[in-house]
Ligand binder design. Structure first.
Ligand SMILES: C[S@@+](CC[C@H](N)C(=O)[O-])C[C@H]1O[C@@H](n2cnc3c(N)ncnc32)[C@H](O)[C@@H]1O
Length: 308
């Protein structure tokens, strides 16, 4: 059982059991169109799969984890402590693409990671290593982009950050050997899923209230229309004999009930607000097209928190 290499908003480690219970006992290929940190995929280690995300830097990262884990680990080992002075031999030692002063090594690496959105040539291995480095050294391990697509999370404060994670990368690389990786809109799955396959969808959650904006994973967010396209796709896949399991926010419940799925509320695992009076606002659903008698049920083991 592998573990996620990246910390990602909406990580599903805590919901694994609830999700697995709704999976079919048997299926052919596995597809995960909103990959993010890939908590379910890495725990499951499917032999034959497709995975997808619209974030090109995330997809580039997983391609390198799968195909060049040792080169990626070597690059990661070459990085320095985030609080060090900028390396004068590297680009952006003094200012970023947008002319901002660079204070320390972390902000230099962030500027180097932002070559792609600011139109510079990209060394893809370098970019993959930088994504993992920044993910382990940035504030809260958060991934957030500005309107230009520039990664803009400030430096985090960690006593002893481990940005290499060699064992996790090697285990993730083994898990990805049977996976085809796409960088498209989630509707690609229509072209790749056949009857008997399983699709697990975990889209950016629809906000519970107008002020909740934590679904902004990237510059181009996921809006109501996208949520509706997703319900249509789920219905279509179900009609074609493909099993689908969905996680989403509580506000989408009625739409999945109307689409004929079996929908359950799964408590407040996204702790955006610990105030008990607002608990119902953070409920999430897990929905499945799989009939009760064909479900795997509560058998899966191997739960554990994402550690750090
Ligand atoms: C909730 S996160 C997935 C979390 C993941 N299940 C985990 O355990 O870490 C949603 C992901 O969907 C991606 N995304 C956003 N819009 C998309 C689209 N139209 N098609 C495919 N992926 C999209 C985002 O980049 C983000 O990584």
């Amino acid at each position: 059982m592998a573990k996620p290499v990246l910390k990602w908003a909406g990580g599903k480690r805590q919901l694994l059991e609830a999700i697995y219970r709704r999976f079919p006992i048997d299926y052919d290929r596995y597809h995960e169109p909103f990959f993010g940190g890939g908590a379910v995929f890495f725990d499951l280690e499917p032999a034959d799969a497709t995975i997808n995300d619209t974030n090109p830097r995330l997809v580039n990262f997983y391609e390198h984890v799968r195909d060049e884990p040792e080169a990626l680990i070597d690059r990661l080992e070459s990085f320095e402590d985030p609080d060090s002075d900028p390396d004068p031999d590297l680009a952006f030692a003094e200012e970023t693409s947008t002319g901002r002063d660079v204070e320390n090594y972390y902000y230099q690496q962030r500027a180097r990671f932002n070559r792609r959105p600011y139109g510079h040539d990209v060394d893809e291995l370098e970019e993959a290593a930088l994504l993992a480095y920044l993910n382990r050294t940035c504030y809260n391990g958060l991934y957030r982009e500005n309107a230009d697509g520039g990664f803009n999370v400030p430096i985090g404060r960690y006593a002893d950050p481990d940005w290499v994670q060699a064992d996790r990368i090697r285990a993730a690389s083994r898990a990805l050997q049977g996976a085809t990786i796409h960088n498209r809109d989630f509707e690609y799955v229509r072209e790749v899923a056949d009857a008997g396959d399983l699709v697990y969808v975990d889209p950016p959650y629809e906000p519970m209230s107008p002020t909740a904006n934590f679904t902004d994973y990237s510059a181009d967010g996921f809006d109501r229309e996208d949520q509706e396209r997703l319900v249509d796709l789920v219905t279509e896949l179900d009609d074609a004999g493909v099993s689908v399991v969905v996680s989403n926010s509580g506000v989408t419940r009625d739409r999945y009930v109307e689409a004929g799925l079996d929908v359950d509320l799964e408590g407040a695992t996204r702790a955006i607000n610990s105030d008990a009076s607002n608990r119902d606002e953070v409920d999430e659903i897990v929905a499945t097209t799989v009939p009760d008698e064909k479900r795997r049920g509560a058998t899966q083991t191997g739960l554990g928190e994402f550690s750090g």
